[in-house]
Write a protein that binds this ligand. Structure first.
Ligand SMILES: [Zn+2]
Length: 359
């Protein structure tokens, strides 16, 4: 029997861009077909290790709901599945939608040691100084969060339930990203310091292994007068944390040696090379609560932004919107978005993630 699979693949064009292409595969045996399905399952699993890892983004949006005041919490709890599931959409479309990729990071070090003070925090001033092209090349996450804030505020003003939900889920994603140290550097995956894979290690492997023990008792959401500076402070904080991330990984690698740094795990019938539990445990310990602090900061910020947008949007009575039906087409659009780039995402994961098949 012959199986034909038509699928979309990503052709890397440099580290952060890909082009897609449709490819037809003719598979002549049932066994080969079975192997491909197994490989896809593995890749889907590996794929969960990106962004804050899908795991981290989902958790940030979920926990942010519980920071909200009584006027908001019923509505947000009612839609918590939507907010959690769609927290990962920006990552899933980042290699399929032009202009999306640069919204997730900022390579602060490109602008020099004093980048935080040099770079204009207002978009229009930054464009005047550096041009839009340059800014987009090195990432625009702090400015994009401001754009999302205006959109979400307007959605509240219009009492547009679907957009309130979509924009709440997605602003949560970008806020999450701006709190990840490795989203603020040109050396975002340790590629220039022989620490390749450190990105997924910090934000996925460690988070998945240890974040169940974090303290999620948060403050009630605050109104933020100056959201622009709030975001820039977070970016600065994340960037400052980088020094210890790189240093501790280097020190531990020297202390433990390559053989203890890695382990081999069997997954879906394959052997996968990954950071060992012991290496991850020691790294996480030595960071002295850094990942937990960054995650807590992200959760608090997401709640603060949702609340601030709601206040600025005229404090609409969200309980009255509880009965508003979500159109089927809207749900389908979002589902499609989650699926659309899944295969593209897999390519990126294989390219950037330290885990690789060794047979
Ligand atoms: Zn992202």
């Amino acid at each position: 029997m012959t199986f034909i699979i038509i699928y979309k693949i990503a052709i890397p064009q440099g580290m952060r861009n890909v082009k897609e292409k449709y490819v037809a595969l003719e598979i002549k045996s049932f066994l080969a077909m079975q192997r491909i399905i197994v490989l896809c399952l593995f890749l889907m699993e590996a794929c969960s290790a990106f962004g804050w890892g899908f795991f981290g983004h989902r958790r940030i949006n979920r926990m942010a709901v519980f920071t909200l005041p009584p006027e908001m919490i019923t509505f947000y709890k009612h839609h918590i599945s939507f907010l959690v599931n769609n927290s990962v959409n920006p990552d899933q479309r980042r290699y399929a939608v032009k202009g999306e990729a640069e919204r997730h990071y900022i390579d602060l070090d490109i602008y020099g040691k004093d980048a935080y003070n040099i770079l204009p925090h207002r978009w229009t001033d930054a464009v005047k100084q550096y041009t839009e092209d340059t800014l987009k090349t090195y990432g625009i996450v702090p400015w994009h969060i401001e754009v999302m804030k205006v959109r979400l505020t307007n959605a509240f003003r219009r009492r547009d339930v679907e957009q309130i939900l979509k924009l709440s889920a997605e602003i949560g994603h970008y806020i999450g990203d701006c709190n990840v140290p490795l989203h603020t550097t040109h050396n975002y995956n340790g590629q220039y310091t022989n620490q390749y894979g450190i990105h997924g290690f910090w934000e996925s492997r460690c988070v998945e292994l240890f974040s169940d023990d974090y303290d999620y008792f948060m403050e009630r959401a605050h109104y933020i007068e100056n959201t622009q500076e709030y975001v820039w402070d977070a970016v600065k904080q994340a960037h400052t944390a980088l020094d210890s991330v790189f240093r501790i990984e280097r020190e531990l690698t020297l202390e433990m040696g390559e053989d203890k740094k890695w382990s081999f795990e069997a997954r879906f019938g394959r052997t996968i090379k990954t950071y060992s539990y012991e290496f991850a445990y020691r790294f996480h310990e030595r960071l002295n609560g850094q990942i937990e602090r960054q995650m807590r900061r992200a959760i608090q910020m997401v709640g603060d932004f949702w609340y601030t947008c709601w206040v600025d949007g005229g404090k609409p009575d969200l309980d009255l919107l509880l009965g508003t039906e979500i159109r089927k087409e809207f749900e389908e659009e979002n589902e499609k978005e989650r699926d659309m780039a899944a295969d593209v995402e897999l390519q990126k994961t294989v390219r950037k993630h330290p885990e690789s098949e060794v047979e």
